[in-house]
Design a protein around this ligand. Structure first.
Ligand code: 5GP
Length: 257
């Protein structure tokens, strides 16, 4: 027997509700916050300033931390809010090595952003499962990597002469024993070459160094050309995995005669 009209209406509403529920579950499933590697992202403050075209008075003349990012997961716990109080012991080091380059008078918005977007996902690891551990652990990794000294040692310094991206990549790989990822600002109007902006070194969940890219991956050895912007500072044109070829490693303003 066919259901009477009001029942049919009820049935179709039920179906619609179930479909919606299924859809919502489906989208949550795809947003499953699973990740495999941690990326220690160093940025070159001079390039950050160039990208946002703000004045950025006296950006640091050393590589600073942009963040410690799990790949493939963001904003894993919207109710785990940032509390500056929890990292007050780390303050001197945070200001020195993890400054907000764009807003140097107020760092905490940047730290809040990094915690909420990336830290809440990294916190799946016991070693990083509090704000103190996430920021403190990131500072430890940054110190251990000692990128600024390594670049110095390799003779890679900001210069008006261009570098070959592959030379920098190979030099870093020889020091760290893993493949890093280097990101650049594409040439802007009137510029000949891309500008180096970020250097990423990757870690396993056990916090051991691992390759950032594997052979065949975009940006990896023998892989296809990298596609599209990966990170974009508002008002800027965005960083991309550097193209093989020449790149500018810009000296801080005032460093040149
Ligand atoms: P993510 O949002 O994944 O941490 O990184 C990309 C964003 O970081 C960019 O769009 C930009 O807004 C932000 N960013 C990069 N460097 C800085 C910085 O020094 N200060 C601030 N406030 N934001 C930054």
């Amino acid at each position: 027997m066919r259901p009477a009209a009001p029942h049919r209406l009820l049935l179709s509403s039920l179906c619609l509700a179930l479909c919606c529920l299924g859809g919502a579950r489906g989208s949550r499933r795809s947003d499953n916050h699973e990740w495999k590697k941690l990326i220690m992202v160093h940025h070159w403050p001079v390039t950050v300033c160039k990208e946002v075209e703000n004045d950025c008075r006296d950006p640091p003349d050393y590589w600073t931390i942009h963040g410690l990012w799990p790949d493939k997961a963001e904003e894993c716990n919207g109710s785990w809010h940032f509390h500056l109080e929890e990292i007050k012991d780390l303050m001197p080091e945070m200001k020195m090595y993890w400054p907000d380059v764009i807003h140097p008078l107020n760092h905490s918005h940047f730290w809040k952003h990094e915690w909420e977007k990336h830290g809440t996902c990294a916190a799946q690891l016991d070693a990083l499962n509090s704000q103190k551990k996430y920021f403190g652990g990131s500072l430890d990794l940054y110190r251990d990597l000692n990128l600024n000294s390594m670049l110095q040692k390799l003779g890679i310094k900001p210069s008006i002469n261009y570098y070959q991206v592959s030379d920098i990549k190979d030099a870093l790989a020889s020091i760290y024993g893993v493949i890093p990822k280097i990101q650049c600002l594409p040439p802007q109007q009137g510029e000949e070459v891309q500008t180096i902006g970020q250097i990423e070194l990757c870690f396993t969940k056990e916090l051991r160094l691992r390759n950032c890219t594997e052979p065949g991956e975009p940006g990896g050895p023998g892989g296809p050309a990298p596609r599209g912007p990966r990170t974009g500072v508002s008002g800027g044109t965005g960083l991309e995995v550097c193209e093989d070829g020449p790149a500018f490693y810009p000296p801080p303003p005032g460093a040149l005669p």
